[in-house]
Design a protein around this ligand. Structure first.
Ligand SMILES: [Zn+2]
Length: 387
């Protein structure tokens, strides 16, 4: 019997702490096909959503698995009709139960108006939902009220302290999508100059989001300082992600200045997504004590090579430095599918390592439990939070 068959029943039962995801949108159960397809690409081009997504391995697999759960034919139309028979609470709960979600850490400042709040989502799925604070959004809201760089950084720190007191379990940065991961040290005078340039943009009506590299960099160091003080991890989007990402500057090896900084060596830096920089991320996790690798979003999009991706990361990264998130967003199906795929690909990847006599069954199961649950429980301060 292949080892994966022995591991499967145990890994299928393991709870998942989904340490990076987004609450779904408030939608009726009757949705169009385009809605169901939308999370399965990072493109916002309608032709990609309409013409290409149905031909991805990820979407085809999701439809088949979902049809199995809902007891209907494995077609998009049948799945859409079947989901429309549920009320939202019972549908969300069905998927959360099947995904064995233990808790969700919700980056709630993404598309906040259209999505359930952390409290609403917790009620809907019957699980704890902990807030994760997207720092660039916090800064964008503070900017019009700040009088100087020094004033901005103080207001920023106060917001983060208040968020932690209110139960936030992590900070999150999308610097990779704004100005890249080559984060440089910025002195106060340079930061103040950058602040004034951004304020001039706001006053001229040309500002639409924070992407001034000097200011993004300066704020990341401030976030690290607060994270160190509060004992919070910092999540960083890496590699594929929002459709505006420029891949060459979202390579995690560009984070060298941050990672070399001794002062923040006890702040867990969680690299999210990582595709295509899987081996770069695994390497960083193998040499820096505070670097962790996650494959959320990567697995459910690159589903056709999910097992190879998990294996590539486990090839070098220590198992105590690998975490599983879904990056679920928009619809509950995406999170559910990603959770299932994590278990399936972990089972196959670990099974291969056992079959090659590189791990025992016991070690493989220990590693699966670490990746799905224990590593997140260790590095995030969830026990300090309110649900
Ligand atoms: Zn995300």
């Amino acid at each position: 019997m292949p080892a994966s068959e022995r591991l499967a029943e145990h890994i299928a039962e393991m709870p998942l702490v989904d340490h990076h995801c987004h609450a779904p949108q408030r939608l009726s159960q009757q949705i169009k096909a385009a809605h169901l397809r939308r999370p399965f690409t990072e493109s916002v081009v309608s032709d990609v959503i309409e013409l290409d997504v149905p031909h991805t391995v990820a979407y085809r697999t999701m439809i088949r698995w979902l049809a199995g759960l809902l007891g209907t034919d494995p077609t998009e139309r049948a799945v859409l009709e079947a989901r429309a028979q549920y009320d939202p609470p019972s549908y969300h709960r069905l998927l959360a139960d099947d995904a064995r979600l233990a808790a969700c850490y919700d980056d709630y400042l993404y598309d906040e108006e259209r999505c359930y709040s952390p409290g609403e989502w917790a009620e809907l799925i019957g699980r704890p939902v902990r807030p994760v604070v997207r720092i660039e959004t916090v800064v964008e809201r503070l900017l019009p009220h700040a009088g100087s760089w020094d004033d901005l950084r103080q207001r920023f720190a106060q917001e983060l302290v208040a968020a932690a007191a209110g139960g936030a379990v992590a900070l999150k940065s999308i610097a990779a999508y704004r100005s890249g991961l080559e984060i440089q040290r910025v002195d106060a005078a340079t930061a103040d100059q950058a602040f004034l340039e951004v304020i001039a943009d706001i006053e001229a009506g040309t500002f639409w989001r924070l992407e001034h590299k000097t200011l993004v960099d300066a704020l990341l160091w401030e976030a690290l300082e607060v994270a160190a003080e509060l004992g919070l991890p910092l999540q960083l989007h890496v590699g594929l992600g929002d459709d505006d990402v420029y891949l060459p500057t979202s390579n995690p090896t560009l984070l060298r200045a941050v990672l070399q900084e001794e002062r923040y060596r006890h702040v867990p830096i969680v690299l999210l997504h990582c595709y295509p920089y899987l081996r770069e991320a695994a390497y960083l996790a193998s040499v820096y004590p505070n670097v962790y690798v996650d494959l959320g979003l990567t697995l459910p999009l690159a589903a056709g090579e999910a097992t190879d991706i998990v294996r590539a990361v486990l090839g070098l990264a220590p198992a105590n430095k690998v975490l599983a998130s879904t990056d679920g967003h928009a619809l509950p199906e995406f999170q559910w599918f990603a959770a299932r795929l994590w278990r399936a690909s972990l089972t196959r990847a670990l099974g291969m390592l056992v079959d090659e006599n590189l791990l025992t069954d016991t070690e493989a199961l220990e590693i699966a439990a670490m990746i799905l649950e224990a590593n997140a429980q260790r590095i995030y301060p969830a026990e300090r939070s309110t649900s």
